[in-house]
Design a protein around this ligand. Structure first.
Ligand SMILES: Cc1cc2nc3c(=O)[nH]c(=O)nc-3n(C[C@H](O)[C@H](O)[C@H](O)COP(=O)(O)OP(=O)(O)OC[C@H]3O[C@@H](n4cnc5c(N)ncnc54)[C@H](O)[C@@H]3O)c2cc1C
Length: 420
C-alpha cells in the first residue's frame, strides 16, 4: 500500500530531495491522524510528532484538554472517517460506542421548542469518548508500514533551506529544563495539525515570512462537564439530549451523550459570558435553571463519576493561510490550527477530517511532482482548496454568534455570511 500512488519515475531527482518525500505531521489527534493516513498513500515516509508521552493514548491527555467535554461526531464527519478507515464505525461500536438514530433517538431543544435535528439523509450517528475514537484511528494509522510516531517530542520551530523558500525540517524538543534534548527532524513536507495552540504563525514570522491574517469571533462560550453512570433503570425516548442556547437571551444549554460502559458525558453550556460553575452545587443549580426540566430530571439521581471540569477556549478563529502572499514550500496547516469553531455547533472534528479531503485532492493533482521529489506549489494549492472546503462550516458556525450582544469580532473578520 505504501506510496502506491507514487509512480516509479523517481529517477527525475531534484538536486536536494533525491526524489523522495519524507513528511512530518505535527499532532496525533483527529486532524493529524487523518492527514497521516492520507499522506501515507502519496509519500515515502510519514513521521508523526506528538508531544504527549507514550502510554497516554487511551486516557485523557493534556494535549487535548477539550476531550473531556461532550463531543458529537456529525454524520458528515463520520462518513469521511468511514471512507478513510473502512469499517471504523463498526469497530467503534464493537468497542462500546453507542449507535444513535438521529431521527428517533435525539431530543433537541432549541429556540423554545423540541425539534428534529437536520439529518441530510443519514440517520446513524455514533456516540463515544474522544479517547476511544482517537485510539481506534491511532491504531489504524500506526499499523501502516510507512508511518512512524515520535511521542514525547514537541515541535518548536521550522527549518528552511538557505533561500528561506522551502521547508527542510522541524525543530523538536523532548524533556524539560537541563535534561531537554533538542534535535531537527528532516522533512520536505510538513503538516502542522497541533490544534488551537499551533505556533505556526510565529514559526513563519521567525523565518521572515508573513504570518496569516487571523479572524476571531468570540461569543464567550463556557463548557463544564462531568461523567455520570447512566442509571440502570433509566427510561426515556432519547439516547442523546441537547439543549442549545438561543440568541440573544437564552444563554444556557446542556448536552447528555451516551458513551462506552454505560456512561454519560454530561455537559453544561453557557454563552455570552454566562459561564457554568465548576462546583457541584453550582453545577446542579445551573442544570435546574435550563429552559426545560428534562436535563435536570435525567441527572438528578444519576451517579457522578468525575468532578466537574471547565473549559473556555471556544472562540471561532480562522487563520487565512489561503491568503498568504508567499508560502514556505512544503509547509501546510490543518485542523483547529487553521479553523477552530465554537463547539456548540459540533463541527470541529468534521472540519478536521474534511481537511483530509482537501489534502487528498491536492496531493492527487500534484502526484507527478511528488514522484519527482518536489513539493513546489503544493502549499498554496492546498490552502486554497482547504478554504473552499471549510468556508461553509465557518459560516454555519459563526453566523448565529453575531447575534449575542457581547460577541467580540476582530475588525478584519467578514461581516456577512458568504455561502457562495
Ligand atoms: C469544549 C469543546 C467541545 C467540543 N465539542 C465538539 C463536538 O461536539 N463535535 C466536534 O466535532 N468538535 C467538537 N469540538 C472541536 C474538536 O475538539 C476539535 O475541532 C478537534 O479536536 C480538532 O482536532 P485537531 O486534530 O485539529 O486538534 P486537537 O484535537 O486539539 O489535537 C492537537 C494535537 O497536537 C498535539 N500538539 C500540540 N502542540 C504540539 C507540538 N508543538 N508538538 C507536538 N504535538 C503537539 C496535541 O498533543 C494534540 O494531540 C469541541 C471543542 C471544544 C473546545
Amino acid at each position: 500500500m505504501m506510496a502506491q500512488k507514487l509512480s516509479k519515475q523517481t529517477s527525475a531527482k531534484t538536486e536536494d530531495q533525491n526524489g523522495t518525500i519524507a513528511a512530518i505531521v505535527i499532532g496525533s489527534s483527529i486532524a493529524g491522524l487523518t492527514a497521516a493516513k492520507t499522506l501515507a498513500s502519496y509519500v515515502n515516509q510519514v513521521t508523526i510528532i506528538e508531544r504527549d508521552e507514550p502510554g497516554c493514548g487511551h486516557n485523557f491527555r493534556s494535549g487535548v484538554p477539550q476531550a473531556r467535554h461532550a463531543h458529537t461526531l456529525m454524520p458528515g464527519g463520520q462518513e469521511i472517517l468511514e471512507k478513510l478507515f473502512p469499517d471504523i464505525i463498526a469497530e467503534l461500536i464493537s468497542k462500546g460506542a453507542v449507535p444513535v438514530d438521529i431521527e428517533k433517538e435525539v431530543a433537541f431543544f432549541h429556540d423554545g421548542d423540541w425539534r428534529t435535528p437536520q439529518q441530510l439523509g443519514r440517520n446513524l450517528s455514533i456516540s463515544c469518548s474522544r479517547p476511544l475514537l482517537e485510539s481506534a484511528l491511532y491504531q489504524r494509522v500506526t499499523a501502516l508500514p510507512n508511518v512512524t510516531v515520535k511521542r514525547g517530542y514537541q515541535a518548536v520551530g521550522l527549518v528552511a533551506d538557505a533561500t528561506g523558500q522551502r521547508v527542510t525540517g522541524v525543530r523538536l524538543r523532548s524533556g524539560r529544563g537541563a535534561n531537554a534534548k533538542k534535535l531537527v527532524q528532516p522533512a520536505n513536507l510538513v503538516i502542522d495539525a497541533s490544534g488551537r495552540q499551533s505556533q505556526a504563525p510565529k514559526w513563519l514570522a521567525s523565518l521572515k515570512l508573513t504570518p496569516p491574517e487571523e479572524w476571531r469571533i468570540n461569543a464567550f462560550v463556557g463548557y463544564v462537564t462531568r461523567i455520570y453512570q447512566q442509571p440502570a433503570n433509566f427510561a426515556a425516548n432519547w439516547k442523546r439530549l441537547y439543549i442549545r442556547p438561543t440568541p440573544p437571551n437564552s444563554t444556557r444549554g446542556a448536552i447528555i451523550l451516551p458513551e462506552e460502559n454505560g456512561r454519560w458525558v454530561v455537559t453544561l453550556i453557557g454563552i455570552a459570558g454566562d459561564y457554568p460553575p465548576t462546583d457541584e452545587t453550582g453545577f446542579l443549580a445551573f442544570a435546574q435553571s435550563l429552559p426545560t426540566p428534562q436535563f435536570y430530571n435525567a441527572i438528578k439521581s444519576a451517579r457522578p463519576l468525575s468532578a466537574p471540569f471547565g473549559f473556555r477556549q471556544t472562540e471561532n478563529r480562522v487563520r487565512r493561510y489561503d491568503k498568504l502572499p508567499r508560502y514556505l514550500e512544503g509547509f501546510m496547516v490543518m485542523g483547529d490550527a487553521v479553523c477552530a469553531l465554537n463547539p456548540v455547533y459540533a463541527q470541529g472534528m468534521t472540519a478536521a477530517v474534511m481537511g483530509s479531503y482537501a489534502l487528498e485532492t491536492t496531493l492527487k493533482i500534484h502526484q507527478h511532482l511528488l514522484a519527482a521529489g518536489s513539493v513546489v506549489g503544493l502549499a498554496a494549492a492546498f490552502h486554497k482548496e482547504l478554504h473552499d472546503t471549510l468556508n461553509r462550516l465557518w459560516v454555519q458556525s459563526t453566523y448565529k454568534d453575531w447575534e449575542w450582544p457581547v460577541t467580540e469580532v476582530t475588525d478584519n473578520a467578514e461581516t456577512l455570511p458568504n455561502f457562495a
